[in-house]
Write a protein of this length. Structure first.
Length: 82
């Protein structure tokens, strides 16, 4: 799980190395807002966002079209983030 504006994605001129160009519209906005990303084996496979509540934090993960995300892997990474 990468934070928004993480250098892993932001630091490349050619971002097709880490994500398919067809998904770029789901990874950042046209005015330059980069979303928090989910990465598996060096490739961007989805986005995530958090909702902080009084005593908990919920993390919502959205996979890119055609990507199957393992709930166990995502949950493990979300726990590390939390």
């Amino acid at each position: 799980m990468l934070a928004g504006f993480d250098e892993y994605f932001l630091g490349y001129k050619d971002r097709s190395i880490v994500a398919d160009m067809e998904h770029f519209g789901k990874l950042f906005t046209s005015n330059g807002i980069f979303f928090p990303l989910v990465m598996i084996d060096g490739r961007i496979v989805g986005t995530w966002k958090r909702a902080i509540k009084k005593n908990t934090m919920d993390i919502v993960v959205t996979g890119l079209p055609g990507v199957k995300l393992s709930k166990d892997v995502v949950q493990e990474q979300a726990q590390r983030y939390a």
